[in-house]
Design a protein around this ligand. Structure first.
Ligand code: CMX
Length: 429
């Protein structure tokens, strides 16, 4: 048994007992109420989910198992995965075991690459990634064991098997998407012993200083790994997984949500925004010019990409971590100077406009501009990198949900006619 499975196996009973004890002790307590406006408003502010891997504090941002993300920026993504799943940081032996486990599972079957090669070259890289993950579903241990009659107590083990296989393979698949979609030449063979993030960085074949780019990639993969349970990707993955669709279906569903411009795709929108400013003003604009540009954007009905957040009410610490990295490596680059200026000036513009509840940057305000520094100019690919990282959180949440026996997600809906007749009988239905 791998060290991770052993660790989880030792925790499962108490996880289940805890969940039962909580429901017995306070199952009737209210977490929140739902107003009509919230039912029409994407359930914003409705507290109704359990997620133990991470939480997003509106005032301070992401905490992974209670640890602020800014204290984890020197950790490898594999360590973060262990932490997300078990609530503990792995020791050296446990890390070695996880590393070896990923190496042993990393080979991607040829049919996945063959299928990717048949995609028309105007396909979206996120569609290619998700199609590849779905094609791997034929390998699902969860589905096979479910139909062999696996007991409910074993769901987590089978979900972990699929999840580990998926995580071990996703860097090579994502790198293949990049090289095939953008005609970068042959695939670069995996060297899984380099580590999950460094191997991904290498397989992309980017012309950048290898050690620095690997370091950046590890930071990137750590920062995007998880963001509690209610964001579109996590919630979609949990919902599909709750039907006992296997992890390939569930993770793919989550990553499809990540492809939306209001979620993961905002990173490419933000880089376009920064480049638009650079082009318009032939470099870094004056403060007045930047404010003018922001107002033009807002007045034309567009959002400022990379700013605002459904939960956060502070500068995203993931933005801060990237900002510190940029400061060290790309301090005088014009795009980074613009990113910096936007950070200084845009919050006041958004405050003055008075719509966005959070005028501060989220992680997408800078991540695309950093990728661009390393010569990755294919905007549409950026979300694929986000997806590689987010797979860690999605799998961790999925395994824990199966471990505690979370039932199928099924909130109740009502019709708008019901709402009118119940709360506003004067309004004609
Ligand atoms: N620029 C302009 N207007 C903004 C804005 C921004 N960056 N952020 C929010 N608003 C507007 C909303 O569009 C909304 O306007 P309407 O009332 O006209 O519909 C109003 O402010 C209130 O929105 P909110 O409650 O503050 O924000 P939401 O929870 O509805 O939406 C988010 C959150 C992220 C979708 C929104 O801030 C946004 O569109 N930001 C730009 C896109 C972005 O950066 N997305 C990445 C988010 C990170 C992630 O989850 O991946």
């Amino acid at each position: 048994m791998s060290a991770l499975k052993e660790k989880l196996a030792s925790q499962i009973d108490s996880l289940r007992e805890d969940a039962k004890a909580i429901i017995t002790a306070c199952g009737d307590e209210k977490l929140s109420e739902v107003k009509v406006a919230q039912a029409f408003g994407g359930m914003r502010g409705v507290t109704s989910l359990i997620c133990d891997t991470s939480e997003v504090s509106p005032e301070t941002g992401l905490l992974i198992r209670g640890i602020p993300i800014l204290e984890l920026t020197n950790r490898l993504p594999e360590e973060i995965f262990w932490l997300l799943l078990t609530g503990e940081t792995p020791d050296e032996g446990q890390m070695r075991s996880l590393h070896e486990d990923f190496i042993s599972r990393s080979e991607v079957p040829d049919y996945v690459y063959n299928m990717l090669a048949t995609f028309p070259l105007d396909s979206h890289p996120m569609a290619m990634l998700n199609a590849a993950l779905l094609s791997l579903e034929r390998e699902s241990v969860f589905r096979k064991r479910y139909f062999e009659g696996m007991s409910k107590d074993e769901y987590w083990e089978a979900a972990l098997e699929d999840g580990l296989n998926l995580i071990a393979k996703i860097p090579a698949i994502a790198a293949a998407v990049y090289r095939i979609r953008y005609e970068k030449g042959g695939l670069i063979p995996s060297q899984a012993k380099l580590g999950w993030g460094a191997n991904f960085a290498r397989m992309l074949g980017i012309d950048a200083p290898e050690e620095e780019f690997a370091k950046f990639m590890n930071l990137y993969l750590t920062l995007h790994s998880d963001h509690e349970g209610g964001n579109v990707s996590a919630f979609s993955c949990a919902t599909v997984g709750s039907a006992l669709s296997d992890p390939y279906y569930a993770v793919s569903a989550g990553l499809n949500g990540l492809a939306g411009p209001l979620h993961g795709l905002a990173n490419q929108g933000c880089l376009r925004f920064v480049q638009g400013i650079n082009e318009r003003y032939h470099g870094v604009p004056t403060d007045e010019q930047l404010v003018e540009y922001a107002w033009e954007t807002l007045n034309s009905g567009k959002v400022i990409p990379g700013y605002g957040h459904a939960v956060l009410r502070c500068p995203d610490p993931r933005f801060i971590a990237f900002h510190q990295f940029a400061d060290k490596h790309f301090k005088d680059d014009p795009l980074m100077l613009i990113v910096d200026k936007i950070y200084r000036l845009i919050p006041d513009v958004l405050r003055e406009q008075g719509k966005a509840k959070n005028p501060f940057p989220n992680v997408d305000a800078i991540s695309g501009s950093l990728l661009y520094q390393y010569g990755i100019s294919e905007f549409r690919y950026y979300t694929v990198m986000f997806a590689v990282s987010r797979a860690l959180g999605l799998v961790a949440q999925l395994v824990l949900n199966r471990a505690v026996g979370m039932p199928i997600t099924r909130p109740k809906s009502v019709t708008s006619a019901f709402i009118k007749s119940k709360f506003s009988p004067a309004v004609k239905v």
